[in-house]
Design a protein around this ligand. Structure first.
Ligand SMILES: Cc1ncc(COP(=O)(O)O)c(C=O)c1O
Length: 181
């Protein structure tokens, strides 16, 4: 908490995004509770499953992924980050030494997810940001080159669109998933 507060005060950010209450969110939560459906299973709740598949297709279209892209909706960012890291590690050719590259501005839930997955804290590599709080690609390249030289890897690069601690999001975030091998 102290670290988060310190991170938030590092920058001249003039706003903080709280959690605004959305009427649609309340309505959907009530609808979901009324259906008492298990969204994870077609038999348990086909309505919620259809809804999930539809939203996933919309998101895939929005980001330019193939329309048959699979995914899940989670209860929030922490669970999404946990699932994303688990999926990345699952796809890695080997688990040993798996590294997670995050910017110094990444949301702390990524480090938390790494801990839950049993990834040692030292394997979460923080990469410096530029004056606009974007991950510095040269610093990332340096970390990946170091990993390659030391025979470390593979890993996943967690892109952060802006700074989670201050809610500042600017154009031009510039990372992706790069196996350092
Ligand atoms: C980038 C990012 N990741 C993860 C989270 C955590 O999300 P949640 O509180 O829904 O678990 C947040 C919350 O604001 C976030 O901004």
């Amino acid at each position: 908490m102290k670290d988060t507060a310190a991170a938030a005060s590092r920058h001249a950010a003039w706003r903080w995004t709280g959690a605004p209450l959305l009427v649609t969110g309340v309505a959907l939560a009530m609808w979901s509770a009324a259906l008492a459906g298990a969204g994870g299973s077609w038999l348990g709740g086909a309505t919620l499953s259809s809804l999930e598949l539809t939203v996933l297709r919309w998101v895939a279209e929005l980001v330019g992924y193939p329309t048959d892209t699979a995914g899940i909706l989670t209860s929030g960012g922490s669970m999404a980050n946990l699932g994303g890291l688990a999926a990345a590690r699952e796809r890695a050719p080997e688990r040993d030494g798996f590294r997670v590259y995050v910017s110094t501005e990444a949301h702390y839930s990524i480090a938390k997810a790494a801990r839950v997955l049993g990834i040692p804290a030292g394997h979460v590599v923080t990469v410096a940001v530029d004056g606009e709080q974007r991950m510095r690609v040269d610093a990332l390249a340096g970390e990946l080159a170091r990993a390659r030289d030391q025979g470390i890897g593979p890993g996943v690069v967690c892109a952060t669109a802006g700074a989670a601690a201050t809610s500042t999001t600017r154009r031009g975030c510039s990372t992706g998933c790069v196996p350092p091998s």
